[in-house]
Design a protein. Structure first.
Length: 201
C-alpha cells in the first residue's frame, strides 16, 4: 500500500512538474534549446535569434480539373509527396492487366518503348523470345497487341501515371514514369495463373 501511494504521488508530482515547465516555456521565461543549429520558438516569442528564414509553401496541387474529385490522393498524402518528387521518366512501372488503350489522352507519351525492338517487322530483334514487343506484350495470344478490351488496365494505368498538371482530366500518382504494358487478362477481366506467371517472368 505504501509503495503504491508513493508511486501515485510521484506520478502526480510529475504531471504537475510537466504543466509548470510547459507554462514557463509558453510564457517565454526560459529560452528553448537549439535544435539542428536553429532555435525553436513558441508562437509570439520569435526574436532576433532566428538564424535562417524557412520558406512556407502550399503543397503542390496539379491543375487537372478532376483532381478535386480524387480524394484518395489527399488521403495518401500525395500533394506533400509531390513537393519532394513528381517521379522520373527512368522509372518503369509494369502493369499486368487487361492491356491499355494507347490512344487515351491521359496516357499519351507515357508508354515504355523497347529501344532494342523494331516495331511491326515480324522479328525478335532483341532475342528475348518475344516478337515486336516494342511497347509491351500480349501473353495471352503471344502477340504485341496490348489493346485493352475491358477498361480495367487503362484505369489502373491512369491511376499510376496519367498525364498530370496538363489542365485536362485527372492526376496520376507518378507524373513522369513510363508504363510497360503486359497483357495477361482477357476482355472479361479474367485469365490463367500460368499466363500471369509468364508476364511476371
Amino acid at each position: 500500500m505504501v509503495s503504491n501511494a508513493k508511486r501515485i504521488f510521484n506520478m502526480t508530482k510529475f504531471r504537475w512538474s510537466s504543466w509548470v515547465i510547459a507554462a514557463v516555456l509558453l510564457a517565454g521565461l526560459i529560452p528553448l534549446p537549439q535544435t539542428f543549429g536553429y532555435p525553436i520558438h513558441i508562437a509570439g516569442s520569435v526574436g532576433s535569434s532566428i538564424q535562417q528564414a524557412w520558406p512556407i509553401a502550399i503543397a503542390k496541387s496539379p491543375n487537372d480539373p478532376r483532381f478535386s474529385e480524387q480524394t484518395n490522393l489527399n488521403q495518401v498524402k500525395m500533394p506533400p509527396a509531390w513537393d519532394v518528387t513528381v517521379g522520373d521518366s527512368n522509372q518503369i512501372v509494369a502493369i499486368i492487366d487487361t492491356g491499355v488503350n494507347q490512344d487515351h489522352e491521359e496516357l499519351m507519351y507515357r508508354l515504355w518503348t523497347n529501344s532494342d525492338e523494331i516495331p511491326n517487322n515480324g522479328r525478335d530483334d532483341d532475342n528475348n523470345g518475344y516478337i515486336d514487343d516494342h511497347t509491351g506484350y500480349n501473353f495471352m495470344n503471344n502477340t504485341p497487341d496490348i489493346t485493352d478490351q475491358n477498361g480495367h488496365g487503362t484505369g489502373v494505368a491512369s491511376i499510376i501515371a496519367a498525364n498530370t498538371d496538363n489542365g485536362r482530366g485527372m492526376a496520376g500518382i507518378n507524373w513522369n514514369s513510363k508504363l510497360m504494358v503486359l497483357k495477361a487478362l482477357n476482355s472479361a477481366g479474367g485469365g490463367e495463373y500460368a499466363v500471369v506467371a509468364k508476364a511476371l517472368r
